[in-house]
Design a protein around this ligand. Structure first.
Ligand SMILES: [Zn+2]
Length: 414
């Protein structure tokens, strides 16, 4: 939160200094017009980001989307020049007040509406009810992001190679995307319209999940995870969120539609975003292997950026990239299995599942993969996600009761 306040403060200083400078150089009349055009462009950028967040514009916008956004931004800018100065004075106030309400109201609502949620808790009781005491255990729960049930083979093989007893089934995902599924698992409510509505909050219709109002059901839980604000959960033993390396501050500028085409800004999507996503993936895998769990036991939950397609401009077909990423995930799973055997002997359990299967509809909506091919292999397409349970010895098949990924954490109570 402190960063947000500092950023807003800096932005305000910037704007005031910029406007004052403009007035000095261009005179009041012209600087007024320039400011208005600026407001229209910023407003267009905010709308563009908002549409992207509610997924009306894909996360990787096409050139057409970007061109349209730039054109409507410029059109809005030109339109401001046609408005009389006295009307503008009133509009300025309306824009400021409207902007504040637009930004703050959802945060205020989300803060007041979000209930306290206990996690993990068994799916047959409301998540707002305190969970029963968790049995003593050494359990590793890996959420491999975007893992199709039909593509689980290599991961199962690695677990078997490590000498574990493995059961594998297919279960239903609780939504389409990470932003829908995770809150649906945590609250067991529908989050199909999920949007971020505050620094730690997600809202969907009348449902709100505030990660800051989630309480860990046990004091021996470590989390390694990205995308969601897992580290705001109260009462965790430890939490690790990957810190993106190699950010030089050009990110925001480069995200403005059209600007990445201006070469002097150095907005090279190919290296930047891809390198960032690989560094995030690897840093999470390292944190996972260094969590306090390995000394103290308990529960280790990791939401990993694998086999999720790497972001940025691809170097391979979607299918080949996905195969590579599954191999990467399988390698990690083998390391985890070997380490668990070494540390816990015969007393541990590995649970692997996913939030949603591979989403060609997302990755193939843009032009990125066209050069290399974007039709995934039929074996990589599924409507289900895997549920893999690996133990050193044969166990009663508890997984048979689990039909959807909302109920996976039930396994911690058995
Ligand atoms: Zn996901």
């Amino acid at each position: 939160m402190a960063e947000v306040v500092i950023a807003l403060g800096l932005m305000l200083v910037w704007v005031i200094a910029g406007v004052a400078l403009l007035r000095l150089i261009l005179g009041q009349a012209i600087s007024y017009k320039v400011t208005n055009v600026g407001i229209a462009l910023v407003f267009s950028l905010v709308v563009f980001r908002y549409l992207q967040q509610i997924e009306l514009i894909p996360a990787h916008p096409t050139t057409l989307h970007k061109t349209l956004a730039l054109a409507s931004g410029l059109a809005a800018g030109l339109l401001t020049l046609k408005i009389r100065q006295d009307i503008w004075k009133r509009l300025h106030l309306a824009v400021i007040v409207g902007g504040l309400i637009f930004t703050l109201l959802p945060v205020v609502l989300a803060n007041t509406l979000a209930p306290t949620v206990y996690w993990p808790s068994p799916s047959d009781q409301p998540p707002t009810q305190q969970a029963p005491k968790l049995p003593a255990q050494n359990t590793i729960v890996l959420l491999l992001d975007e893992f199709s049930a039909s593509a689980a083979g290599p991961v199962v093989d690695q677990l078997k190679d490590a000498g574990l007893h493995v059961t594998s089934t297919s279960i239903d995902p609780a939504g389409k995307n990470t932003i829908n599924v995770i809150p649906a698992i945590w609250t067991r409510s529908n989050f199909d319209q999920s949007v971020a509505c505050g620094p730690t909050q997600l809202c969907s219709a009348s449902h709100v999940l505030d990660f800051a109002k989630v309480r860990a059901s046990s004091a021996n839980i470590d989390i390694v995870g990205f995308f969601h604000r897992y580290c705001s959960i109260q009462g965790l033993r430890s939490c690790s969120f990957p810190v993106p390396t190699a950010t030089d501050g050009s990110g925001l500028a480069c995200s403005f539609p059209g600007l990445s085409m201006l070469e002097f800004l150095g907005c090279d999507e190919k290296t930047d975003i891809r390198a960032l996503s690989i560094s995030m993936r690897d840093s999470m895998q390292n944190s996972l292997l260094e969590a306090p769990f390995w000394q103290k036991g308990g529960i280790l939950f990791a939401h990993l950026l694998v086999p999720h397609p790497l972001m940025g401009v691809p170097m391979k077909s979607l299918s080949d990239e996905y195969t590579d990423n599954i191999a990467n995930g399988a390698r990690l799973v083998k390391l985890v299995a070997q380490k668990a055997k070494l540390v816990f002997g015969n007393d541990f359990k590995i649970i692997i599942f996913s939030d949603h299967p591979l989403r060609p509809e997302i990755w193939c909506a843009g032009k990125q993969y066209i050069e290399f091919g974007c039709t995934p292999d039929a074996s990589q397409i599924s409507t289900k996600v895997p549920l893999i349970i690996a133990t050193p010895s044969v166990e009663t098949p508890a997984h048979k009761k689990i039909k959807k990924n909302q109920a996976v954490f039930d396994l911690l109570f058995k």
